[in-house]
Design a protein around this ligand. Structure first.
Ligand code: UDP
Length: 451
């Protein structure tokens, strides 16, 4: 970029999520200054690894329900847990994120030059009685079911944004996103594509819900992101617009395809169909074609192959990390109490050992390897308890080192949060705490001990 040129700024809420992160990458490639906002409730900073290396990317940990820390001319609102197990985990947070998030964005945009592209969803059609679903269809939604926090939250956000457009001319562009898949999906988000691929690659049975005759239409992430950009830049936008790939297949057919493309011969495990699971879903994209010139280009075989390649590489990286000798046996370095003479020196080695433990435990949580995760957490907890004892000991022996007490306070706080996440059986939160709270804290403990 030459001197004096001005880059447009885009804000992406939910930037650390699957779709948000791909969108950030694309906006950076298009020459935007990108601000990513995420509360890391379900997002993962690993998704922003590539964006994070770009000096034009800026990340803020924050919640879209709070007053926004930034004004941008272009906003992509992707903040909301989106997979059924994630959004059902904390229904209150899911619904308020959709509704209050939309309200905050409207407050920011009202009276200013600002385009909001809002990620709505095919879930607004519920279990549809019209097939395929055009934008004019009002849907068939249970307001009190397990999926309602997501469906009704998204419907209410649409209402708010559309009223803001009608009353105050806020340029709110609602896109209804149908099932999308691709690299970076979380191993344990419970969605069908990520679940089947992970299960096939790990040699576990593929869990097909119901009799597998329900259908979905899957869009590859790059196609979707192209549609989102077109929605942002088209001159006049008549909300809402469906975005997705109309190629429809049954879940049983998807299972066969994943087995074929992974070369896996693992069996099918039939499971109960969840409540209100839509029987079929397929977007009518006539409007997106006419208004945006949108046309998906990646067919399901090609897209699945790319996704499988990404999952395989990530799983291999985890496996090779385990092979390099990461064991979950309790560490021994802190078994002996630190000596009076060198109270801190003993910690350094123990901290280095614990980093590998914490990483491996986080990975185990992330891929849903419950056995290793539970085993790993016990080892990590034992180690942290010893680290706490050693920090207290070192603080007493060297009272002038006040930062050790602060570090110990922080350690106790992380321990409490880990305990709570364990009680809540929240593997995603556990993995995030281990990686984003504990690892940096251990780093700082290591630095403090070396100084
Ligand atoms: N599904 C399945 N096995 C799984 C996960 C999902 O059979 O392990 C089914 C689910 O019941 C639904 C379809 O796959 O009919 C798509 O589920 P997903 O959670 O990916 O998205 P949805 O479209 O339901 O929001």
């Amino acid at each position: 970029m030459g001197l004096g040129t001005v880059r447009r700024t885009a804000l992406v809420t939910g930037a650390a999520g699957f779709l948000g992160s791909h969108l950030c990458d694309r906006l950076l490639a298009e020459g935007f200054e990108v601000v990513g906002l995420d509360n890391l409730m379900t997002g993962d900073l690993i998704n922003l690894e590539s964006a994070g290396r770009d000096p034009h990317f800026h990340f803020e940990i924050g919640d879209v329900r709070e007053k926004l820390p930034v004004y941008a001319e272009l906003v992509f609102n992707f903040a909301c847990p989106a997979s059924p197990i994630h959004y059902q985990h904390d229904p209150y947070a899911t619904l308020t994120t959709s509704v209050l998030g939309a309200q905050r964005l409207i407050e920011m945009a009202r009276g200013r030059t600002c385009t909001i592209v809002h990620a709505s969803t095919s879930e607004v059609y519920g279990d549809p009685l019209v097939h395929p679903q055009p934008e004019s269809y009002w849907g068939n939604v249970n307001p009190l079911g397990e999926r309602s926090c997501y469906d009704e939250g998204k419907r209410c956000a649409e209402t708010l944004l559309h009223d803001a457009y009608r009353r105050w001319r806020v340029d709110a562009r609602i896109v209804r996103i149908f099932n999308t898949y691709g690299p970076r999906m979380a191993f344990d988000d419970g969605r069908v594509v990520s679940s089947f691929i992970t299960q096939a690659l790990m040699g576990q049975p593929l869990t097909v819900f119901g009799d597998g005759s329900q259908s979905r239409s899957f869009c590859y992430v790059d196609d979707l992101v192209e549609g989102l950009l077109r929605a942002a830049f088209v001159e006049s936008f008549d909300s809402p617009v469906n975005l997705g790939n109309p190629g429809e297949l049954t879940i049983a057919d998807l299972a066969s395809l994943v087995l074929e493309l992974t070369g896996s011969s693992t069996p099918i495990a039939w499971r109960r169909l969840p409540q209100d699971d839509p029987k079929k879903r397929k977007p009518d994209i006539t409007k997106a074609r006419a208004l945006l010139g949108f046309e998906p280009t990646v067919d399901i075989r090609d897209g699945l192959q790319r996704t499988i390649g990404n999952f395989r590489a990530r799983l291999d990286a985890i496996a090779s990390q385990k092979k390099r000798g990461v064991q979950f046996a309790p560490p021994v370095a802190l078994d002996a109490a630190p000596t009076e003479r060198a109270p801190l020196a003993d910690l350094v080695q123990a901290i280095a050992a614990s980093v590998e433990h914490v990483r491996a435990c986080g990975d185990a949580h992330r891929i849903g390897d419950r056995m290793s995760a539970a085993e790993g957490l016990i080892a990590v907890s034992e180690l942290l308890a010893k680290l706490h004892d050693a920090l207290v000991h070192a603080t007493n022996a060297t009272p002038e080192r006040r930062e050790l007490r602060t570090l110990d306070d922080e350690l106790c706080s992380v321990l409490a949060q880990l305990g709570q996440a364990q009680v809540d059986n929240d593997g995603v939160r556990l993995a995030d705490l281990l990686e984003y709270e504990l690892l940096p804290l251990l780093d700082r403990c290591g630095d403090a001990c070396r100084n």
